[in-house]
Design a protein around this ligand. Structure first.
Ligand code: ADP
Ligand code: MG
Length: 574
């Protein structure tokens, strides 16, 4: 009856779950315990998916991947104190990558605050450095509006991480159902366009370029700008270079992709359009000697504060990448302007690509054992399904793998990212596999891990087996961090001295059987040392969609990248 109060009660846990559902949140990842177990149970009762992980960090990596892949944040649910602190790594990674994420942390009871309560910690303050928004609802009744604000903040403007703190006493507190007002699902992020005169100016700078280059970043992938960017590339016949996670927005095998001449393209371009890519370390800050001193940058970004970082841009286009690219297309195609395909610039780029590819081919065709990185990746590339997700981490494994393993679809490459985080791979792969399962069953996730990178979250293999996710993990095993030693050298080194004194800090145990981590939980494991074994095991792994699999690939412990024109990180010649 109108005006009459029902005496039905609802718990704080149920209010949280319902509020998340109202905001169209679909996945929660976490490690349960006091005081958040009830929240996970309540979420499942409402049909939300809960994935129990083995460490909060990996859970947080997984949740943030859901945000990047779907545009709707995933939740990382953690317990108080140490649980939340473990999740900070994942929050920082998401925030640095500009990926939406909601972290919900249980915290100690309000009545015991400042008394040394169980796992007491200043959680809202702690999260502030790692997020765009960090708050505790003032009451159970306030939970829906705080959750709505967190979800909205995570996807509006520059996407990022948001934190909601839930005191333990809220979880089981019973409140009258009528006192809870759920907020309607927030609207999709507003789409902003760039100033028209700036678009005209940008088009005229592009038209007058002698050596133009488009750089496609993961912001373009997140913005789902693949169609408009591809049109721009094809109609205007422009060369483009994807950043590591910008790979696949336009397919890597597109004739206009100059990924194989990356350094050359950056170094000699006179006009560079940045679509959702920051001029940070990944792009060598936009500075000489990696770039021409007078190169004209046109920056397209949704975040005004990003524009002008490290360089003075020729033109700034503030707005959504997809909308702004359409504006640019309008300017450049009516009437149609095209960059001449027979230019000297194209010739230089094509020649460089050819010689770089020949060099990699040559390394790949080396028959010596143990294998080198190039041999491994060429064999993997041969069998990779075109639509698979490629997750990759580890220093050499990721850097070399990026140049050989191709992406044909947007948002299908996940790696250490802006923050250079190691340990992300298994969490990323788990989230990608769940998205694949829902959208496109049969689609595979290939997780290419260095042996060191694998170690950070190795126990998530149990999570993978528990949910039976179709993930193929490749551990490219060189017995160490960057480089390692073979078993004999390792033995000799330790003959007269303790490992803690003598073992080089980069060493990991030689010839470890990482595949047994997978077989321990019922998945398939392979230990491979030759190209033939690699081919055979990969073929079997890809054919068997019923089981996760780990292929442990032993490579030459001292194997490295081919010589580079510039060293990646050293400041002196960056
Ligand atoms: P990469 O690592 O690929 O170089 P970055 O993470 O450095 O990419 O840059 C991504 C950029 O994309 C960020 O500056 C972010 O603000 C921007 N961005 C994210 N979403 C959008 C969007 N919808 N429209 C425009 N820019 C966006
Ligand atoms: Mg290694």
């Amino acid at each position: 009856e109108r005006g009459e109060r029902s005496d039905e009660q609802v718990s704080g846990a149920k209010v949280i779950a319902q509020a998340l559902k109202e905001q169209d949140v679909r996945y929660l990842f976490g490690v349960v315990g006091i005081p958040v177990t009830e929240i996970a149970v309540a979420a499942q009762e409402l049909g939300l998916r809960y994935i129990g992980m083995r460490n909060e960090q990996a859970a947080c990596y997984a949740a943030s991947t859901i945000g990047y892949l779907t545009g709707r944040p995933g939740v990382c649910l953690v317990v108080s104190g140490p649980g939340l602190i473990h999740a900070l790594g994942g929050m920082a990674n998401a925030n640095m990558n500009c990926w939406p994420l909601i972290v919900i942390g249980g915290s100690s009871e309000r009545s015991q605050e400042t008394m040394g309560a169980f796992q007491e910690f200043p959680q809202v303050e702690a999260c502030r450095l790692y997020s765009k928004f960090s708050a505790r609802p003032s009451s159970v009744e306030a939970i829906p509006s705080v959750i709505e604000k967190a979800v909205r903040s995570s996807i509006y403007g520059r996407p990022g991480a948001c934190y909601v703190d839930i005191p333990a006493d809220f979880v089981n507190l019973q409140v009258n159902v009528d006192s809870i007002k759920y907020k309607e699902c927030c609207l999709p992020p507003p789409v902003s366009m760039a100033d028209t005169s700036a678009v005209c100016q940008a088009a005229s700078v592009i038209r007058s370029a002698r050596q133009p280059l488009l750089i496609v970043g993961k912001g373009a992938a997140y913005a789902r700008a693949e169609e408009s960017i591809r049109k721009l590339v094809e109609q205007c016949k422009l060369p483009f270079l994807p950043t590591p996670m910008g790979k696949g927005v336009v397919p890597d095998n597109h004739p206009n992709c100059v990924g194989a001449a990356r350094s050359r393209a950056l170094q000699h371009a006179d006009v560079i359009v940045l679509f959702g890519a920051r001029l940070n370390w990944i792009l060598h800050f936009g500075l000489p000697p990696r770039y021409q001193p007078d190169v004209k940058f046109i920056q397209v970004d949704i975040c005004a504060e990003e524009l002008g970082n490290n360089v003075k841009p020729a033109v700034t286009l503030l707005g959504d990448i997809n909308a702004v690219t359409k504006q640019l297309l309008e300017q450049l195609t009516k009437p149609l302007w095209q960059y001449p395909p027979e230019s000297k610039w194209w010739k230089t780029l094509r020649e460089k690509m050819k010689s770089n590819e020949a060099l990699s081919q040559e390394l790949a065709s080396k028959k010596s054992l143990p294998m080198n990185y190039y041999t491994v990746f060429y064999h993997v590339q041969e069998q990779l399904p075109q639509d698979c997700f490629v997750v990759s981490e580890g220093a050499n494994t990721m850097d070399i793998g990026r140049t050989v393993l191709q992406n044909y679809l947007p948002r299908h490459r996940l790696d250490a990212g802006t923050f250079g985080t190691m340990g992300v791979g298994l969490g990323f792969a788990i989230a990608a596999a769940l998205v694949a399962k829902d959208r496109n069953p049969g689609q595979r996730v290939i997780c290419v891990e260095g042996d060191s990178a694998f170690g950070f979250s190795g126990m998530e293999v149990e999570t993978i087996c528990r949910y039976n996710l179709p993930i193929v993990i490749l551990v490219v095993n060189n017995n160490g961090i960057y480089q390692g030693f073979d078993a004999d050298t390792w033995k000799e080194m330790l003959e007269f001295q303790d490992a803690t004194v003598r073992a080089p800090p980069m060493c990991l145990l030689p010839n470890s059987h990482y595949e047994q981590v997978m077989t321990a939980f019922g998945g398939k494991g392979y230990f491979v040392q030759t190209p033939e074994e690699l081919q055979k095991s990969l073929k079997q792994a890809l054919a068997d969609t019923t089981k996760p699999c780990l292929i442990n690939i032993l490579i030459e412990p001292q194997s490295t990248r081919k010589a580079q024109d510039f060293h990646w990180l050293t400041r002196s010649n960056m």
